[in-house]
Design a protein around this ligand. Structure first.
Ligand code: NAD
Ligand code: UDP
Length: 316
């Protein structure tokens, strides 16, 4: 018999959260999508509103929440530098107070709880590719610190709640992910390049474009989340989730230009401070424990993402 689980997704109206809500509903669960709509939108989940097992709740995770749930996916937090640096104090509060509130909820309801952590906990890494046992190289007082240190502190809280209260925790360290429903103006490299190319504007490479990133398509990431949540209780992570295929930012720009066939020119702008030089996940642990690896190549994911932004721009 299918048991309908009651699942809370914080940040559920955001890019990743909306795809996760959709997947959990498709699997026959009862989903509460919580969001304060700072960077997420109702549009991201409007197609789910007719489902009687979907509930949209306007709430800020920095305040306590009382609901009865079996599982919690804690995703609430602005993810792009321009958004998380807009109100850095609130960003840290969202990660830290948000984690405390959601862990408190998990403790009371005995729910299993998942944390959307980030590759940014490794900072500007000195080892490559990054494995989960690397402690990171993070600036505690820079412009990115509100996000990086907030996420690091959230991980600390998760592991202390586990040690002190025996909670069932699952921590994923997400590497750059892209796909439909990314915010068109969030300054992330994939959305920026696609939107610029579709509009025929200059493609802005920061620095000389030799810095690297590894891009994971959203459907692959959501699959990893579900598998991690369903691991045995003594598996907590942290586990890297991302695509190990590594590209320079210049290669990405050239790929997007070629795929869209745009007349946009590539231009070079100053590199933001503390911009990591190289980033690639080592996903051996995910392969072993989740029996997971990304399946969607960059080009295939870009086709779907370009189609999404093309529609969005036409609607506007
Ligand atoms: P997003 O900005 O689209 O989603 C975040 C959501 O959280 C938004 O809907 C926003 O409105 C909501 N939110 C922010 N502050 C909140 C608060 N105080 N209370 C309630 N809701 C709040 O970003 P995303 O890319 O979907 O990221 C989701 C999660 O995954 C984040 O925790 C992010 O740090 C993490 N992550 C994402 C990536 C990536 O490449 N996209 C990489 C690493 C980690
Ligand atoms: N980047 C770029 N042009 C843009 C946006 C970003 O060259 O228009 C670069 C950015 O400096 C970084 C990389 O692309 O080196 C990835 O940036 P993003 O903000 O997407 O993610 P993060 O730095 O958090 O990995």
């Amino acid at each position: 018999m299918h048991i309908r689980k009651r699942i809370l997704v914080t940040g559920g109206a955001g890019f990743i959260g909306s795809h996760l809500c959709e997947r959990l509903l498709n699997e026959g669960n009862d989903v509460i999508c919580l969001d304060n709509f700072f960077t997420g939108t109702k549009d991201n989940v409007s197609h789910l509103m007719d489902n009687p097992y979907f509930e949209l709740l306007r709430h800020d995770v920095t305040f306590p929440l009382y609901v009865e749930v079996d599982e919690i996916y804690n995703l609430a937090c602005p993810a792009s530098p321009i958004h998380y640096q807009y109100d850095p104090v609130q960003t840290t509060k969202t990660s830290v107070h948000g984690a405390i509130n959601m862990l408190g909820l998990a403790k009371r309801t005995r729910a299993k709880i998942f944390q959307a952590s980030t590759s940014e906990v490794y900072g500007d890494p000195q080892i490559h590719p990054q494995t989960e046992d690397y402690w990171g190289h993070v600036n505690p007082i820079g412009f990115r610190s509100c996000y990086d240190e907030g996420k690091r502190c959230a991980e600390t809280l998760f592991f202390d709640y586990r040690r002190q209260h025996n909670l069932r925790i699952k921590v994923a360290r997400i590497f750059n992910t892209y796909g439909p429903r990314m915010h068109p103006n969030d300054g992330r490299v994939v959305s920026n390049f696609i939107v610029q190319a579709l509009k025929g504007e200059d493609i802005t490479i920061y620095g000389d474009g030799s810095q690297t990133r590894s891009f994971c398509y959203i459907d692959d990431l959501v699959e990893a989340f579900i598998r991690l949540m369903n691991t045995r209780d003594d598996f907590t992570g942290p586990v890297n989730t991302g695509n190990p295929g590594e590209f320079t930012i210049k290669e990405l720009a050239e790929k997007v230009v070629a795929m869209i066939g745009t007349k946009s020119k590539i231009v070079y702008k100053p590199l933001p401070t503390d911009d990591p030089k190289q980033r690639q996940p080592d996903i051996s642990l995910a392969r072993r424990e989740l029996d997971w690896e990304p399946k969607i190549p960059l080009e295939e994911g870009l086709i779907k993402t370009i189609a999404y932004f093309d529609d969005l721009l036409k609607q506007r």
